[in-house]
Unconditional design. Sequence first.
Length: 257
Amino acid sequence: MGKYLSDSQIQKAQRELSLLYSLPYAIDLVGTTWEQILSDLKGGTWTHKRDNRARPDLVVEENGKPTNYSVKTESLRTTDERVRAEDFLGTHEDLIVARPKVDEYFGDKDSIDKLKPDKLGGMVIRYYNEMIVRKFEWHVLSILLRVDTREFIYWEERPPVRYKPEDYWWLDSGRATGTNRNINGYPKSVKKTVKPLPRAKFKWTSGGKQFYILYEIPQDADCWKIDPAPLSRDEILEALHKKLLQKKRSLGLPPAT
């Protein structure tokens, strides 16, 4: 039984995704496609925004008031130890949740290459809290993970967590090139002297301004599988051609020559 989606919503998602993955043009699930499917499942309105933009992706009427959803989707690859969606429950994954434009906080003498990691990382968290989650009124962070076995994992964070900058310390990851900065953030409970360091709680890249957060996949996340029946390009074109002719007849339009 689903916890974050109802059983009927999961069944509808299975039907929609099975159809999508049966098409020869769809080799994976585009984020904006899932947003539209989820909006339909929730009875909401899709806002037509691009992936990882600050504005909510869909709005749903819940308990008599609009609820804003920011939707994230990432892919997972199975391993010898993790062969099913359920095997990922309780594990940790980095997810891109936003693109904080921290340069908007810079003073006259600040620059990407001169700021210390702790100051720059504090700006990243503050921008995420204030200029994204609060400003655009994120009420729900909605996450779908796509497993390469055509299985899916879904959960929601209500409300999205706002992090305290003073609870974390940052360092350069050493992976940046040119004038870019890549920084990693760790809880202060992790000592700087620990070798090797555990996986970072946060990552931020100045090049694309991607903000990654390390999430533990909930044990109670919804999991489901689809069984698509791959259609050939010719089968799709034949079906669409017949439907197009029917539609043109109903509209009184001449058939294509």
